[in-house]
Design a protein around this ligand. Structure first.
Ligand SMILES: *Cc1c(COP(=O)(O)O)cnc(C)c1O
Length: 386
C-alpha cells in the first residue's frame, strides 16, 4: 500500500517510553496522563489504549463526551477519567453512571451534578482558582462550594475524590504564592469538615521543575508527547522523544528557469534554473502561512526552506539541482534524528509553542500508528474491534 500523501506518524513506542520515564521521575507520585484535544492531536483512542496497556490508571480528557468515548471502547472503571470543562447544558447522568470523574468549580455546577445522581454517587474533584482565573472556584466562593460538597457527601450523593488547581506557570514566586493559596483552601475545607483525600496541582512544567508542587498526583500532557515546556530545554535534553512526525510525499517536481515567481503573490523568485518540489500539505493541514521563511523541511537529510506562500493544500520547496523525485519523503517535523526540525523548534520559529502546532494538524492528515506497541488493545481498536 502506498503511504498517504500526507500523514502524521504517531510513534506509540515513544509515547510509552516517555510515560515510563516520567513515571520514574514522579515516583511515588501518581501520574494523570492528559489527553485533551484529541490527545494533543495525536488521536485520543490509540493514545489512551496505549497508556492503559502501560498501566496508567488516571487519564484527563477535559470533557464528558470524550470520557464516554473511552468507556465505549472498553476503558474500564479501574481507569479514572478526569473531566473538567462542562457544557452548562450537559446532563451529568451518563457521566455519573460511567464513573467519570467530574471537576466541579462552582455551586450551580455542583448542584446540577448532585441533582443528576441516581443510584451511585458522583465522583467529584473540587476545582480551586489559585490565580489563573479560568475555571476553579474563587477563594470567596470556596466555603459555599465546600459546604455543599460536604453535605452531599454525607447524604451519599457524591464522593469527593480530590481538590485541584492549575498554575499560571508565570514565575517561581507567583506559582509558589498560588500553591500557598491552594494549601489554605484545602485546610479550610478540612476545617469545614470535608476530607480531601487527593490533591493535584502541577502540569508538565511544574511537575518536572517543582518537586514540592507534585502533591499526590501530577497532570501531564506535553511531556508525554515529547514537547517539554521549559525555555531552552529540548526533548532530547530530558530524554523524552517527540511522538508525532509530520511527513508528506513529494507530489510533483518541475524544472523552471531563473527568475520564476513561485506560489501566490510571487513572494519568492528563483535565482537560477532549478527544480521546484510540490509538498501536498498546506495551512488547512496545520502548516501556518507564517511558516514561510521560518521553518525548513527535510528531504533525504537535506533541509530546504519553504519557497513562496503556503497555500491551503500545498507549498513548494526549491531543491536546486538536487535529485529529488516524486514520492520522496518530506519530513516537516519529527524527532530531529534525521536532520529535521522538531515540533518544539517549529513552535519557537513561529512564535508559539509546540502544543499549538500538534493540536492544529488538520483532520485530513491521517494519523498512522507505529511502533511495536501497536499491539494489545491498540491493535484491536485499529482493526475496528473495539
Ligand atoms: C492541559 C492541562 C494540563 C496538562 O498540561 P501540560 O502542560 O500539557 O502538561 C494539566 N491540567 C490542566 C487543567 C490542563 O488544562
Amino acid at each position: 500500500m502506498n503511504a498517504p500523501l500526507r500523514r502524521a506518524e504517531i510513534d506509540l513506542d515513544a509515547y510509552r517510553a516517555n510515560l515510563d520515564l516520567v513515571r520514574e521521575w514522579m515516583d511515588p507520585v501518581e501520574l494523570m496522563a492528559i489527553m485533551k484535544a484529541d490527545a494533543y492531536g495525536h488521536g485520543l483512542e490509540p493514545i489512551a489504549l496505549a497508556a492503559v496497556d502501560a498501566g496508567i490508571r488516571w487519564i484527563g480528557v477535559l470533557t464528558v463526551p470524550a470520557a464516554l468515548r473511552l468507556r465505549s471502547i472498553g476503558v474500564g472503571e479501574d481507569v479514572h477519567l478526569f473531566t473538567w470543562q462542562h457544557d452548562p447544558a450537559l446532563d451529568f447522568r451518563d457521566a455519573i453512571d460511567s464513573a467519570v470523574d467530574l471537576g466541579v468549580s462552582n455551586v450551580p455546577e455542583l448542584q446540577r451534578v448532585i441533582d443528576a445522581v441516581d443510584h451511585r454517587p458522583a465522583r467529584v474533584h473540587l476545582g480551586f482558582d489559585s490565580g489563573l482565573h479560568r475555571d476553579g472556584s474563587t477563594p470567596d466562593d470556596w466555603p459555599a462550594l465546600v459546604t455543599l460538597a460536604r453535605d452531599a457527601q454525607r447524604d451519599g450523593r457524591i464522593e469527593v475524590v480530590a481538590a485541584y488547581t492549575h498554575l499560571a506557570e508565570s514565575s517561581d514566586d507567583e506559582d509558589a504564592a498560588a500553591v500557598a493559596l491552594f494549601d489554605t483552601a484545602v485546610e479550610q475545607a478540612e476545617d469545614l469538615g470535608l476530607d480531601i483525600p487527593t490533591e493535584h496541582v502541577a502540569a508538565s512544567l511544574a511537575g518536572l521543575e517543582r518537586k514540592e508542587f507534585r502533591k499526590d498526583m501530577v497532570r501531564m500532557g506535553a511531556n508525554l508527547f515529547g514537547i517539554p515546556g521549559a525555555d531552552g530545554v529540548s526533548a532530547a535534553d530530558l530524554g523524552l522523544e517527540p511522538v508525532m512526525t509530520l511527513t508528506a510525499s513529494v507530489a510533483k517536481t518541475k524544472r523552471v528557469p531563473v527568475d520564476t515567481g513561485v506560489s501566490y503573490d510571487y513572494t519568492y523568485r528563483t535565482t537560477a534554473e532549478t527544480t521546484l518540489a510540490l509538498v501536498p500539505v498546506g495551512y488547512a493541514d496545520g502548516v501556518p502561512r507564517l511558516a514561510q521563511g521560518r521553518v525548513e523541511v527535510a528531504i533525504g537529510g537535506t533541509r530546504y526552506p519553504i519557497a513562496g506562500r503556503v497555500a491551503m493544500d500545498q507549498f513548494l520547496v526549491d531543491v536546486g539541482d538536487d535529485d529529488v523525485q516524486v514520492g520522496d519523503t518530506v519530513v516537516l517535523f519529527g524527532t530531529g534524528e534525521h536532520d529535521e526540525m522538531t515540533v518544539l523548534e517549529w513552535g519557537e520559529a513561529l512564535g508559539t509553542i509546540g502544543e499549538e502546532i500538534v493540536c492544529r494538524i488538520g483532520t485530513r492528515v491521517p494519523r498512522v500508528y507505529e511502533g511495536h506497541r501497536v499491539e494489545g488493545h491498540v491493535a484491536e481498536y485499529l482493526r475496528g474491534e473495539r
